[in-house]
Design a protein around this ligand. Structure first.
Ligand SMILES: C[S@@+](CC[C@H](N)C(=O)[O-])C[C@H]1O[C@@H](n2cnc3c(N)ncnc32)[C@H](O)[C@@H]1O
Length: 291
């Protein structure tokens, strides 16, 4: 047993030395995990003093020093209002993707308020991973009809487990989003969300957490510019959407001009715009299906 305050302070110092940017937060999160309380309770206990940490804390800190992702050690990732189960075989959802969900929900809100008399708003999430986007949309707009598609059986299994634990009615299927899918909804979907693999092939991520632990299929976009898979999936979205329907595609910082340009060039899209994430970096291209 180690004193809580000292244990967390030492852990944060070791994590900082290992190059972990969020060292202080991670040291607290790992303590919260082993004590089975939330981070605010750990901070309270640090102020009060007199508590200790079990030996399992040091084991987890060692793994984090070895750059195993925090979310793999705690088994959970926070995304909007949800706590998602994650681990090996599935992409850990990122805070920057929350902007895409904000934009998608704004469109769902707009359509629902317009009372079009066409039944529930239809949303399709392609490349679903843990289900972060599809499950958040359903959680925040329970009246929307949401379906998701994921290529990797392992990732889909995580998404299904999340869906079932959270009790959210989302159809999650396994399949290739570069091929026709959900054909019973062709030309009828209102919103398609896509966070595809988009890292340029050959541009290996610097962070060991990403490079060594996110599945390769979740990272690389299939071409030197990283846009082959995103553009192919956008083509599938074009077939699913009704005229005027909205597609939202997450992309790398470096693709804020190239992706909108390439989408515009297809002739399938109008009103192509790009949006920044909370740190001001270009992150999501949004476009409407041409009539
Ligand atoms: C960047 S991750 C995003 C996951 C999730 N949407 C999120 O935002 O956290 C990309 C996901 O696309 C999946 N994927 C890759 N190629 C695919 C394809 N051709 N069809 C469907 N899913 C694919 C990967 O397995 C991975 O789960």
């Amino acid at each position: 047993m180690t004193d809580l305050r000292e244990g967390i302070r030492d852990a944060a110092a070791r994590l900082r030395e290992a190059g972990v940017a969020s060292a202080d937060v991670d040291a607290v999160e790992l303590a919260a995990h082993v004590l089975d309380v939330d981070a605010s309770e750990v901070r309270r206990l640090m102020v009060l003093g007199g508590r200790s940490l079990p030996g399992s804390y040091a084991v987890l800190v060692d793994e984090r020093v070895g750059r195993v992702p925090l979310q793999h050690l705690t088994g959970r990732a926070h995304f909007r209002r949800l706590t998602l189960s994650v681990g090996p075989g599935v992409f850990v959802p990122r805070p920057e993707t929350e902007v895409l969900v904000d934009l998608a929900l704004a469109e769902v809100d707009r359509l629902a308020a317009a009372d079009r008399g066409e039944g529930p708003v239809r949303v399709v999430d392609l490349c679903s991973g843990s289900g972060a986007i599809a499950l958040s949309v359903k959680d925040e707009r329970p009246d929307a009809h949401v379906r998701g598609l994921e290529l990797s059986p392992d990732a889909r299994a995580w998404a299904v487990a999340n869906r079932d634990r959270l009790g959210l009615d989302v159809d999650l299927v396994q399949g290739d989003a570069t091929r026709p899918c959900f054909e019973d909804w062709t030309g009828t979907v209102d919103v398609v969300t896509i966070n595809p693999p988009y890292i340029p092939v050959g541009a290996v991520p610097l962070d060991p957490e990403v490079r060594d632990h996110d599945p390769e299929v979740a990272l690389y976009g299939g071409s030197e510019d990283g846009l082959a898979i995103p553009l192919a999936v956008a083509g599938v979205a074009a077939a699913l959407l009704r005229p005027g329907g909205l597609v939202l595609v997450e992309h790398a910082d470096s693709q804020g001009e190239s992706l909108p340009r390439r989408l515009s060039a297809t002739g399938e899209w109008t009103d192509v715009t790009d949006h920044a994430d909370l740190s001001g970096r270009p992150r999501v291209t949004v476009a409407r299906r041409s009539a």
